[in-house]
Design a protein around this ligand. Structure first.
Ligand code: DON
Length: 524
């Protein structure tokens, strides 16, 4: 069972499992296919994280996050007066060194069973022979025309000056050639030779700073997953350089101290969960970063630490976050997919080029968008980034460093140790709160996966000091109770885009984000 944002990509995964592959083969096939069919977030020019749990009990976490180029520097996005520019968000200098290809090939080599040619076959076919554009892709491209048309993507994505209409065949020959080089030469087909030379040259012409040396030295890193327990269930989730797993574990540990919790949807539930998120995000924003560069306190995920920190939460009053930041809600331009195979192997992967269509820079000669992941660093520590996150020195820019992420692919085992759930999301910092609420809804609130995914979500990220609630998520009396407790409430549309797979009696249930048009579940 596979849940992703693209039906064609999910089917690419099913195709390889039908041919005897496992969940890791499928995850790699889905990942490369998303780069073709879901260019807003699927990628070879970005990076991501993969959490694996094999049926024999082995677990693994793969970090293929982008790295800052060696020529990057702490203040590279500040103007001469020390003000932040938009160069970390748009254009040639916004990109970190892509990790997606290294990551997917590493996962395939270590846990997969199929060859590169088999794992990339569907992606290659979709790029070379084309696929039929659906309304979601057509709409997404139309909505991003002003960004993409700033750079070189116009002729590919807006033939005749508009996005391909639903029902048209869409081919990407330059991307197909890049995929073919990856099939033929492995990571070298991307990080060296024609692809690397073209990437460096095209970026360089616009002022980009990624060098051939940066590409050559990129490596994906196997890390020890964060393991957390919650009401007897076990979470296997992503450690730094993503903040996702640590912040989910800390939030849930805090929330667990208030058990038995008031029912879902009550003022007490929202207050205690929101306040748990607020505390966990204060730690996230100030203490987490690339573990290869900074020391991360081990206590953040411990139950004892949660018990102490929970004492700062007044069950009846909101606590102000020490400083305020600005309100920013961006789209949901990352993509998570969950995979479970017939043998019980499970993979959760979240991948991104950060903003929708990344930096907007499309590399014409090699056929893909570059990320704007450099904005996930604290480009000016103490000032908000595009997600309104106010982060500190731990996440300042340094050459070769990985920018802190919120991506949270997570696998949940039930109290008997059986695989129960694979979940994750897109949505910047709202990834953390959404993924943990899907999990909470299933294991604490006894919802079906469909209900768990559909239930209105809440979000708090410390700064801005606001409880964000999906429209319609509170009854009027709960809203007024929360305001009386001192919460600033802001209603918003969908907070995040999740895709999850859960065990049900007799099989697996896959659910794609009900708030999005990009639904793609496939099973067999
Ligand atoms: O790694 C991160 O946390 C971000 N680059 C994720 C970006 C994202 O989800 C975009 N959607 N709002």
């Amino acid at each position: 069972m596979i849940a992703s944002n693209s039906r064609l990509a999910s089917e690419a995964g099913i195709e390889i499992v039908r041919a005897g592959g496992n969940a890791v083969d499928a995850a790699v096939a889905v990942g490369f296919a998303l780069a073709v069919t879901y260019p807003v977030a699927g990628n070879v020019g970005g990076g991501g994280y993969m959490v694996i749990r094999m049926a024999d009990g082995r677990t693994a976490a793969l970090d293929y996050r982008e790295m800052a180029p060696m020529a990057a520097s702490r203040d590279m996005y500040l103007d001469k007066d020390g003000n932040l520019t938009d160069a970390s968000v748009v254009g040639y200098r916004a990109s970190g060194v892509p990790g997606a290809v290294a990551g997917m090939l590493e996962a395939l080599a270590k846990y997969g069973t199929k060859s590169r040619a088999q794992a990339l076959a569907a992606a290659l076919r979709l790029a070379r022979d084309g696929f039929i554009v659906d309304s979601a892709l057509s709409r997404s491209l139309s909505g991003s025309k002003s960004l993409i048309a700033l750079f070189n993507g116009r002729s590919v994505f807006y033939p005749n000056d508009s996005a391909p209409k639903p029902g048209t065949l869409f081919k990407q020959p330059a991307l197909a050639a890049t995929l073919q080089r990856i099939i033929d030469q492995g990571a070298k087909g991307f990080y060296e030779g024609v692809t690397a030379d073209s990437l460096v040259a095209e970026l360089g012409r616009g002022g980009g700073i990624i060098t051939k040396e940066d590409l050559k030295r990129y490596r994906a890193i196997w890390r020890t997953p964060v393991s957390a327990s919650f009401h007897g269930y076990q979470l296997i989730t992503m450690p730094p350089s993503s903040s996702g797993g640590t912040t989910i574990a800390e939030s849930l540990n805090l929330f667990e101290t208030f058990s038995p919790t008031a029912p879902w949807g009550t003022a007490s539930y929202v207050h205690l969960l929101g306040s748990s998120y607020q505390r966990a995000f204060i730690d996230r924003n100030s203490k987490l970063g690339d573990p290869d560069f900074i020391k991360i306190p081990a206590e953040l995920t411990s139950k004892e630490y949660a018990r102490t920190l929970a004492k700062t939460i007044d069950p009846k009053r909101a606590t102000p976050t020490p400083r305020d930041g600005k309100q920013i809600v961006d789209g949901m331009h990352t993509t998570h997919y969950s995979v479970v195979d017939d043998k019980g192997n499970a993979v959760g992967t979240t991948t991104t080029i950060n903003g929708g269509y990344g930096s907007g820079v499309y590399l014409q000669s090699v056929g893909f968008f570059m990320n704007n992941e450099m904005d996930d660093f604290a480009a000016a520590p103490g000032k908000p980034n595009m997600f309104g996150l106010v982060q500190g020195e731990q996440n300042a820019i340094a050459p070769g460093k990985r920018m802190l992420s919120a991506m949270s692919p997570t696998i949940v085992l039930d109290p008997r140790g059986q695989l129960l759930l694979v979940a994750g999301a897109a949505g910047g910092p709202r990834i953390i709160t959404t993924t943990s609420q899907v999990i909470l809804n299933v294991i604490l609130n006894n919802m079906t996966l469909a209900d768990a995914m559909r239930a209105p979500r809440i979000h708090h990220q410390a700064l801005p000091d606001t409880l964000m609630i999906e429209t319609g998520g509170l009854t009027p009396d709960v809203e007024s109770a929360l305001k009386t407790m001192g919460h600033a409430i802001r209603y918003t549309g969908g907070l995040a885009n999740a895709n999850a797979v859960m065990r049900v009696q007799g099989g697996w249930h896959g659910v794609s984000e009900p708030r999005s048009g990009d639904r793609g579940t496939a099973g067999y």
